[in-house]
Design a protein around this ligand. Sequence first.
Ligand code: IMP
Ligand code: MG
Length: 178
Amino acid sequence: MNTVTLLDQDFELLIPAVEIEQAVSRIAQQINRDLKGKDVVFIGILNGAFMFAAELLKQIDLTCQISFLKLESYSGTSSTGMVTSLIGLGVDISNCTVVVLEDIVDTGLTIANIVKQLERHKTSELKIATLLFKPEAYKEKVKLDYVGIEIPNKFIVGFGLDYNGFGRNLKEIYVIKK
Ligand code: IMP
Ligand code: MG
């Protein structure tokens, strides 16, 4: 599919499935190599990172735990600037190496907020892996340890990312048509 329509918006293909798969595999290999022998807990950020987390974790060969956190900073196509913690951790992450799995880092507000909250848990190490990154939009200083693909500062959907709740199931990534 080269274009998709979700609600009132048309989107066109930006990143084909093979490129996403390659980016996910690259991150998995780096994590397997870097975190070998460590006590690792992966934390996927819902809803957007569910697909990235599933694809990535199938390629992780570490002995690890997996949990999810739910936060929200988006409504429609522009950031509302509000971040709220909605679903708790349910796993003891103290003295563990935590790897946060994000679908996308845009302004960085969400990831900075997550890091602030997780730092209270006295983890031994905190790493961030994001499938997508919008460098032009990034306003924070938090170091992104694993970045899959850098994209332009445009609204995208697919592979977990949504437009008002739709498009998360798309296996490729689409950019908004203006
Ligand atoms: P940030 O706080 O501005 O970095 O935004 C991060 C969150 O906003 C991500 O976890 C996504 O859920 C959402 N988001 C950012 N950019 C996009 C986009 O282009 N499409 C869909 N969701 C996005
Ligand atoms: Mg998200």
